[in-house]
Write a protein that binds this ligand. Structure first.
Ligand code: NAP
Length: 204
């Protein structure tokens, strides 16, 4: 039985990721500010939480206040990435669209910028990683999904589809070093994740 840490694993997408891992027979450590043990991304994470695990998912909502967003989504992600690189643990980071075009959403530009720095810290950490960028999330069942790279799209996507992508990426080395966006699309099939990951361009 493998152990995975899901930071934000009690949230709406995190819960779906946790359920999928648990139903695959894995042990899941759900980590957040109100869990036991607690993990607050704005503070320095305890490496002991991650040692001996087979993978980490970060699926936390950024704080609204800019300094806290920077501490969590840049500092916290970078700190976990550093531990993951040292311990050789793959990381899947759930991010968002608009990362490369914050001017389109000035009301959340501080959160977007902090996230962008966190993404980059993860890429440069030396850890094996995948970055999943959902569009606007909803709770309806997953259907067809369009997978894009380059952060130019608009749309929404099911939290179930995001959870499917995250769990598939955790177990698939061909997802490593790749960043992609997810959108509902009735004209697209339900993804065959190994084929999708294999066709994606690696990050520069
Ligand atoms: N809403 C959207 O349309 C949208 C679009 C694109 C991307 N996203 C991103 O997709 C992910 C999942 O979204 P969701 O709506 O499913 O999440 P959610 O239900 O809001 O859950 C977020 C989780 O983040 C945890 N969290 C918040 N601050 C934290 C901190 N400082 N340290 C550790 N954990 C923290 C919370 O746990 P505690 O309260 O216990 O700490 C909670 O379990 C998030 O990263 C979100 O930003 C959302």
């Amino acid at each position: 039985m493998s152990t995975f840490v899901v930071v934000g694993g009690a949230g709406r997408t995190g819960r779906r990721i946790t359920e999928r891992l648990a139903s695959g027979g894995h042990r899941v450590v759900v980590a957040g500010r109100s869990t036991e043990p607690p993990l607050d991304l704005t503070a320095k994470p305890d490496p002991a939480l991650f040692v001996g695990t087979e993978g980490v998912v970060i699926v936390a909502e950024p704080p609204k206040e800019p300094d806290a967003a920077e501490a969590a989504m840049h500092g916290g992600v970078a700190a976990i990435a550093e531990i993951a690189a040292r311990e050789d643990i793959p990381v899947v980071l759930v991010s968002q669209i608009y990362l490369t075009r914050p001017a389109e959403h000035p009301e959340m530009s501080a959160r977007i910028d902090a996230r962008a720095r966190g993404e980059q810290a993860l890429r440069e950490s030396g850890a094996q990683y995948t970055i999943v960028r959902p569009s606007w999330l909803h709770d309806l069942p997953a259907g067809g999904v369009r997978v894009e790279q380059g952060d130019t799209g608009e749309g929404r996507v099911s939290r179930d589809a995001v959870a499917d992508a995250v769990v598939a990426a955790l177990f698939d080395p061909s997802a490593s070093g790749k960043t992609f966006e997810l959108y509902d699309d009735e004209d697209s099939p339900r993804p065959d994740w190994p084929s999708v990951f294999a066709a994606l361009h690696p990050d520069q």
